[in-house]
Design a protein around this ligand. Structure first.
Ligand SMILES: C[S@@+](CC[C@H](N)C(=O)[O-])C[C@H]1O[C@@H](n2cnc3c(N)ncnc32)[C@H](O)[C@@H]1O
Length: 194
């Protein structure tokens, strides 16, 4: 189970911590999900990890995000068909993926440089987390970067923590990193299926 060392907790950005944890889990050829494609940074990261034999299914509700992700992949040499981009909500996850996956990544909130009013929401995020957990392989990981500084962010982050604690009660391994560091800053939730 990924537990970033204390030093790295203090110096690494939350998204980098998420990458560190996910990197440990994903193997070439895996099927994984990026639940919030945004500008495509996480999608590219996952595409490189799974390699040409793998599959990344990436969701975003904004057409601009899908276009930005497509351009980011092409600009970085990912020209094969390992990434499937879904212009739609991650709450429809099971309609698009029904095979076992090793990782589902969420980077919540809004698309930087875009409409800050278009954010992930607690209700849809919880549906997607539950659906992602259903198809997660043994030893697979749900990784969630939570933000609390925008309207609805605090409630959504609390919902994610409650979801994780529920899984922990059922035997899952859960690490919550950075929640206490600031009142409203980002933090990371990692949930691993045992
Ligand atoms: C912080 S950004 C993601 C950053 C991205 N992972 C990256 O590497 O650039 C959050 C994204 O979630 C998207 N989003 C909001 N609601 C969503 C939903 N229900 N399903 C999928 N994506 C959603 C937003 O459009 C936004 O692009």
């Amino acid at each position: 189970m990924c537990v970033p060392s204390r030093g790295s907790l203090e110096t690494m950005r939350t998204t980098e911590k998420a990458h560190e944890c996910v990197r440990e889990i994903v193997r070439p050829g895996d099927h994984v999900i990026d639940a919030t494609a945004g500008n495509g940074h996480d999608t590219l990261f996952l595409a490189r990890l799974v390699g040409p034999a793998g599959r990344v299914t990436a969701f975003d509700v904004q057409e601009d995000a899908i276009s930005a992700t497509r351009a980011h992949l092409l600009g970085n040499g990912i020209t094969d068909d390992r990434v499937v981009l879904v212009h739609g909500s991650h709450s429809t996850l099971r309609q698009h993926v029904d095979c076992p996956v090793s990782v589902v990544m969420f980077n919540l909130g809004y698309l930087p440089g875009s409409d800050h009013g278009c954010t992930t929401t607690c209700g849809e995020t919880l549906i997607a987390l539950a659906e992602g957990w259903e198809i997660l392989k043994e030893s697979g990981v749900l990784s969630v970067v939570c933000y609390r500084g925008h309207p609805g962010g605090m409630e959504e982050a609390a919902g994610v923590v409650e979801f994780a604690e529920g899984l922990q009660d059922q035997g899952a391994s859960v690490v919550i990193s950075g929640q206490e560091d600031t009142e409203a800053g980002p933090f990371l939730v990692i949930m691993r299926k045992e």
